[in-house]
Design a binder for this molecule. Structure first.
Ligand SMILES: Cc1cc2nc3c(=O)[nH]c(=O)nc-3n(C[C@H](O)[C@H](O)[C@H](O)COP(=O)(O)O)c2cc1C
Length: 59
C-alpha cells in the first residue's frame, strides 16, 4: 500500500478547483489528471442558482 502511486483527478470550470487540485498534488507528490467534458459547459450551463440549468438537471 505504501508504495502505491497517487493521482489527483479534478474537474474545474472557473479554475478554483484546479488551483486546489494542483496544491494537493504538489503536497502529496501525486500526479494530476484533468477531467475535460465532452461537451464544454457555458457560463449559463453552470449557473447553479438556476435549477433548470445543465449543471442542476444533470444533462
Ligand atoms: C452544481 C453546482 C453547485 C454549486 N453549489 C454551490 C453552493 O451550494 N454554494 C456555493 O457557494 N457555490 C456553489 N457552486 C459554485 C462553485 O462552488 C464555485 O463557483 C467554485 O468556485 C467553482 O470552481 P470550479 O469552477 O473550479 O469548479 C456550485 C457550482 C455548481 C456547478
Amino acid at each position: 500500500m505504501g508504495n502505491m502511486k497517487k493521482l489527483v483527478i479534478y474537474f474545474s470550470m472557473s479554475g478554483t478547483t484546479k488551483k486546489r487540485a494542483q496544491e494537493l498534488a504538489e503536497l502529496t507528490g501525486a500526479d494530476l489528471y484533468e477531467i475535460v467534458p465532452a461537451k464544454a459547459y457555458s457560463k449559463e450551463d453552470l449557473n447553479w442558482v438556476n435549477k433548470k440549468s445543465r449543471c442542476c438537471t444533470g444533462r
